[in-house]
Each structure stands twice: as C-alpha cells, then as structure tokens.
Design a protein. Structure first.
Length: 335
C-alpha cells in the first residue's frame, strides 16, 4: 500500500470527513459580514481556530482544507495552524487553485486557473505541513452546457494539477463540481456529471496519476435549484450511487461529497442514505464547508468570545455527518 493511499485512508477512515475551511478572503468576508462580524485577519483566524481546536476534530474530522492565509497563521497558543490541526490527529490540506475565470472561447463558462508556478507553491505548502491539496473545476448545466470545451479544459487542468501534487508526495482532491444552479432535472444532472467525471479520469490516466492516491470530491445528483421537479432523498442516493458506480474507476479509494448549496440537514440526510445503500466498494464521506460551519458561525457571531458554545454546535454537526458517512444517522438525533 502506497504512502498516498495510506493518507487517503487516514483522512476518510472510520466515518471521518473533511472540513473545507478554504474560503478565500473575499468569500470569508462575505460570510462574516452576513452575520455582522468585521472581516479582519484576527476574526477570520479566531473563528477557524475555534473549529480546529474543538473535540470533534479527533473523532470526526480526518482532514482540514486551508486557504493560503490560514496555513501561514499562528494560533493563540503560538502553534502554527498545521501543527494545531495535526495535533488533533487530523491532517492539514491546502486549496491550490487560484479561482475560476472566464473560459476563452465560451464566455458563459469557467476554467480554473493556478497551474503557473504550482510546483514551487506545492513545495512550500509541503514544508508548511500540508498532506493533501484541493483544486475545484466548475461546470454549469443548461441546454448547451457544459460544453465539450469546458469538460475537456477543466479535466486537463485537474489532471495536470494532480500529477504535480503527487510528485510532491501529497494527495490531490479532484473536485469537478457540476453546479445545482438552474432548472435542469436530476436525470440531466446525472448525465452531465457522469460525462464530466469520465473525462476527468481519462485525463488523470493519461497524466499517469496514481488513482489509489486521490480523493474524488463530486456533487451529489440533484435537480437544479430552479427546477419544478421534486426529487426524494432516496432518489438522490440511488441516482448518485448509479452515476459514480458507472463513472469512477474501482482503484479510487474514497469519495468525499461537496454539499453544493444544500442545507446542513439535507446534506447530512442525503449522505446517510448514500452510505446506507453504498454497494460500490468506495469509501463515501463528506468534504463540507458551509454545511459544517453555518450553524457554528451564526452562534459565534452573537458573541465571538463564546468559544465553548460555538464548539458545541460544530461538534454536533461534525458528529451527525460522521454518523451519516456510516449510514447510522437519523433525524431524531438532531437537536
């Protein structure tokens, strides 16, 4: 078993999941301002440190994705942030793309940038303690999209990124996110997601990426947020499992879903049903940002000095998702 495969199993084993705390400064500013907290480096660090030092880190969170600002910060106890995370038994990771920009040749679509200088940045992050990385490609569904250009360009970028990450002895999270914005049906979401994922793996194989040393971070199969179609949680689980079973090579050890705009409860319930019916051979878990943090952020904003109370809210959400990753969650466990 390779070192990279061991890292994947450490992150996703025993129902553990990933805390996506890699919001850019601009995104984190929006989140803090939405709850009337000034977005200063100190406040951004205080909220994140509150989560990273919570008791659920040990039992529920196998990895934390950081942003460039955060991985270089020092905690209130004078530890580096990667050290604070690794002391809990969790692994520090880092978002390495530089964001989605307009795709030349298809101005309504996006291409993720950040390959220039990536090898050097990866070496720096590895020295700072990062064990895994993240890169997100985004695709929108309409009658004409995602286009072949978008599917091919983003798959190529994800593969080049992954090859460079493994060269630096870290695990790449491959995140091709088919957005839920739009009025498309769940069937359309499934078809497009399958096409996107298959193309990603074709490119990963061409680039000689070790599939046993990656984590796939896909969207669940959902109807668009403006769709008239009503789809049950059972159908979400069934369609998601069918899609992944037909598109993901069996060598891939683990799949960690993004929440993609679902509410905290919805993302937990869907993960639980996916895990319960999981007949794929893949570990299924979560890599959630808002769906892990939102409740804690709202509580914390009322009194940013109430560390313990904020941690209780976060611990509960992390525990619920870890139970869901094992198919053991039920609604009556919610507060």
């Amino acid at each position: 078993m390779s070192e990279l495969n061991n890292t994947v199993l450490k992150i996703l084993g025993n129902g553990k999941g990933i805390l996506a705390a890699d919001e850019s400064t601009a995104t984190m500013t929006k989140r803090l301002e939405s709850v009337d907290v000034p977005s200063t480096p100190e406040n951004r660090l205080l909220f994140r440190e509150t989560l990273f030092s919570s008791s659920s880190m040990k039992d529920c969170i196998g990895g934390v994705i950081l942003y460039d600002e955060t991985i270089k910060q020092t905690s209130s106890k004078k530890n580096t942030i990667p050290k604070l995370i690794s002391d809990t038994g969790s692994l520090p990771g880092i978002k390495v793309d530089t964001g989605a920009k307009i795709l030349a040749g298809s101005p309504d679509e996006k291409i993720t940038e950040g390959l220039d200088g990536l090898r050097e940045r990866l070496k720096e992050y590895y020295k700072l303690g990062a064990k895994f990385t993240k890169w997100r490609g985004v695709y929108n569904i309409t009658k004409n999209y995602p286009s072949k250009l978008s599917i091919h360009s983003n798959a190529h970028a994800l593969a080049r990124y992954s090859a460079l990450v493994q060269e630096c002895n870290m695990v790449p999270i491959v995140e091709p996110e088919v957005l839920m914005d739009g009025d498309h049906s769940a069937k359309e979401c499934s078809e497009k997601t399958s096409e996107v994922i298959k193309r990603c793996f074709e490119e990963l194989i061409i680039h000689k990426v070790d599939l046993k040393g990656i984590i796939l971070k896909p969207n669940m199969i959902l109807a668009g947020d403006k769709s008239k179609e009503k789809i049950t949680n059972e159908e979400v689980a069934k369609l998601t499992l069918e899609c992944l079973k037909s598109s993901v090579p069996s060598e891939v050890p683990g799949i960690a879903f993004l929440s993609g705009g679902q509410s905290e409860i919805e993302s937990t319930e869907n993960l639980n049903l996916i895990s319960k019916h999981n007949n794929t051979g893949f570990i299924m878990s979560y890599s959630y940002g808002r769906a892990l943090q939102q409740g804690a952020l709202k509580f914390w904003s009322k009194d940013i000095k109430d560390i313990e109370g904020t941690q209780q809210i976060f611990n509960h959400r992390a525990k619920m998702n870890t139970l869901a990753a094992q198919g053991k969650w039920s609604k009556d466990l919610e507060i």
